[in-house]
Design a protein around this ligand. Structure first.
Ligand code: HEM
Length: 384
């Protein structure tokens, strides 16, 4: 689809073949990012790697990420953090047993804990507003969650000045551009639980697998993940139906290029619409249905080689944190399902549970999931 937004040509790639052209065959040409107000004001004048134009600064940032955070060795050395934070999280959830819980708040607290310990060396945010005075933290966990939520919304908004530069100084929509938002891995887990809670028979399938492979005497560990094929299928199906980044991040053509017979001028902004690819009826039967079984026995992964499923993108700008994101989702989703029976509050029927999305750079649920959990393992396992 070729459009013109204000002053710029825009292409939307909504099929897996065309996504492959941009992200693989011509990856190098489309590996830059357009200059936007979000990149300038929220992301420190494009110094944030995700918004940086293709060039030495981006290369250096990416290298630091890959070597210092996401190499196989580093990921292994941080496993204890993922385990400790998972145990702390299930223990907090256990304390809330039987009460309605806004799940995404618990999940972002968990993923923030893991990432802040990996990146900053300790969990700076594991303090609620009331306890902040006795801690070293300048920001409470609730405040940081709000900041991240807003960050993702502001990075995804359609800002008129990005497309019609001479109107930029007016800041027409008044986005003051304070960062904030919801975390990608937490959003994915919230969607997975929402889909399952709507279909109790799928929840039963998942817990049957967990009882068979893990048993009721312990928590799931990362080494168990390759054996949990149904949980893996649930995660892929969630990423197909609810891709966190429905348009990936914008890619920018750095030079003129011919793609699939069309002339694409330098400066074109390209959006890869993973949301439509995940619902393409030529790729997915009953695409609107949540059917994890479709992935069983199929060799489709989410690591940027199968262009029909691109939750992390592909090519040079592919998400460098995909391995961490996947590990967090696999371990924590498996343990949420292993450790708790799930139900909706009495006043919400499964068929009435809204599945509406909010649009930003990411697509969280419009109405956060409120669920009730009861422990299903021996109680001593929830104590830390
Ligand atoms: C479920 C979890 C996650 C999903 C679905 C996800 C998805 C994405 C997507 C779609 C992109 C843009 C790809 C493109 O431009 O084509 C991206 C970029 C990026 N992601 Fe993730 N992500 C996840 C987790 C993480 C984590 C845990 C981190 C780091 C702690 C991370 C860091 C980044 C960075 C730095 C970029 C920018 C890369 C660049 O522009 O070169 N992501 N992610």
């Amino acid at each position: 689809m070729h459009l013109k937004f204000g002053s710029y040509p825009v292409l939307v790639a909504s099929s897996s073949e065309i996504a492959k052209e941009f992200l693989k065959s011509h990856d190098q040409v489309f590996a830059s990012r357009p200059l936007t107000a979000a990149g300038k004001y929220i992301n420190y004048n494009y110094s944030d790697m995700g918004f940086a134009p293709y060039g030495p600064h981006w290369h250096q940032g990416r290298r630091v990420f890959m070597n210092e955070l996401f190499s196989a060795k580093r990921m292994e050395s941080f496993e204890y953090i993922r385990v400790e934070e998972m145990r702390a999280s299930v223990s907090r959830l256990y304390e809330l047993s039987g009460k309605p819980v806004v799940l995404v708040e618990q999940l972002t607290r968990l993923t923030l804990g893991i990432i802040s310990r990996m990146v900053l060396g300790n969990n700076c945010f594991d303090v609620s507003g009331a306890d902040r005075a006795v801690s070293n933290s300048t920001v409470s966990v609730e405040e940081l969650q709000e900041i991240i939520k807003e960050f993702f919304i502001l990075n995804g908004v359609f800002n008129i000045g990005d497309w019609i530069p001479w109107l930029d100084f007016l800041d027409l929509q008044g986005y003051d551009l304070i960062g904030g938002g919801t975390d990608t891995s937490a959003i994915t887990m919230e969607w997975a639980i929402s889909e399952l809670i709507k279909r109790p028979q799928l929840l039963t399938q998942a817990t049957k697998e967990l009882d068979r492979v893990i048993g009721r005497g312990r928590w799931v560990e990362e080494k168990d993940i390759p054996q949990l094929l149904y949980i893996d299928a649930i995660i892929k199906e969630t990423m197909r139906k609810h891709p966190v980044a429905p348009l990936l991040a914008p890619h920018l053509a750095m030079e003129d290029c011919k793609v699939a017979g069309y002339d694409i001028p330098k400066g074109t902004r390209v959006f890869v619409k993973t949301w439509s690819i995940g619902r393409d009826p030529s790729l997915w039967k009953q695409a609107e249905e949540f059917l994890p079984e479709r992935f069983l026995g199929r060799n489709i992964d989410v690591k940027g080689t199968n262009f029909e499923l691109l939750p992390f993108g592909a090519g040079r700008r592919m998400c460098p944190g995909y391995n961490l994101g996947l590990k967090m989702i696999q371990l924590n989703l498996a343990n949420l399902l292993h450790g708790f029976n799930w139900k909706l509050p009495d006043d919400t029927k499964a068929e009435d549970l809204s599945m509406e999305e909010t649009y930003g750079m990411t697509t969280p649920r419009k109405f956060p999931l409120v669920a009730i959990m009861e422990p299903r393992l021996p109680l001593h396992l929830y104590k830390i």
